[in-house]
Design a protein around this ligand. Structure first.
Ligand code: SF4
Length: 219
């Protein structure tokens, strides 16, 4: 899968795209939200001030700022609770101590924060600190299940199952993640995947069973 999607979409060097707190909060905002609205919500959130200011503002003010994202009334208290927990634990919003932790300790620390699941934690650890973990978003999960790399299971379990199959090679894990995301957006879509244009179809279980009529994905 890695070789084929890299040949199709090109190499993707592992370079942090934004600082760790930005990655963490943006990933919370991105849940069920496209990247444009996630970006809009993040930019408006940051107009409110620094993290300490955002943490202390009325939750309705934060929810209003992130209204471009879905479920702002749920995400605003989650973001503030996460900021509170980071400040309580570290005395600042600097996450660079994660670079010195093992991947598992980093996952444990981040997933203990309110509102941070294994996908968000894996994104921060791989993207910002080049740790050998593999973020499984909806696209990675769907494609991996359809091709038959993993049996049908929830996203959280898929993190463990896929990581066990993959080498502990952060540049490869990053490249595979971002290229599968692109493949999921363009070709192996939730419904009516474009199997005729898919570089994975020769090895895909769903295509072997359904041909060009692969059904919508149910996780
Ligand atoms: Fe997805 Fe179809 Fe490609 Fe299989 S062949 S990975 S179902 S697009």
């Amino acid at each position: 899968m890695h070789d084929r999607v890299t040949a199709e979409y090109g190499p993707r060097p592992l370079v942090p795209r934004r600082e760790a707190m930005h990655e963490l909060v943006s990933t919370i905002l991105s849940q069920r939200t496209d990247w444009r609205n996630e970006d809009l919500a993040y930019r408006e959130l940051r107009t409110l001030g620094d993290w300490d200011t955002i943490r202390a503002l009325p939750t309705e003010t934060v929810a209003h700022a992130i209204r471009a994202s879905t479920y702002p009334e749920q995400k605003a208290p989650r973001i503030q609770a996460t900021l509170n927990a980071i400040l309580d634990a570290r005395g600042s919003y600097d996450l660079d101590f994660l670079a010195d932790l093992s991947p598992q300790d980093g996952l444990n620390w981040l997933t203990a924060l309110p509102g941070v699941g294994v996908k968000t934690a894996s994104l921060v650890l791989l993207f910002n600190y080049a740790k050998p973990v593999f973020p499984v978003d909806t696209h990675v999960h769907r494609i991996s299940t359809r091709v038959g790399a993993i049996p049908r299971m929830g996203e959280a379990a898929a993190h463990r199952a896929l990581l066990a199959l993959l080498p502990p090679d952060p540049p490869l894990l990053y490249e595979l993640h971002v290229n599968l995301l692109r493949h999921g957006q363009r070709v192996c879509r939730f419904s009516r995947p474009a199997c005729g244009a898919c570089v994975l179809r020769e090895r895909c279980d769903a295509f072997a069973v359904h041909g060009n009529a692969v059904p919508p994905f149910k996780d």
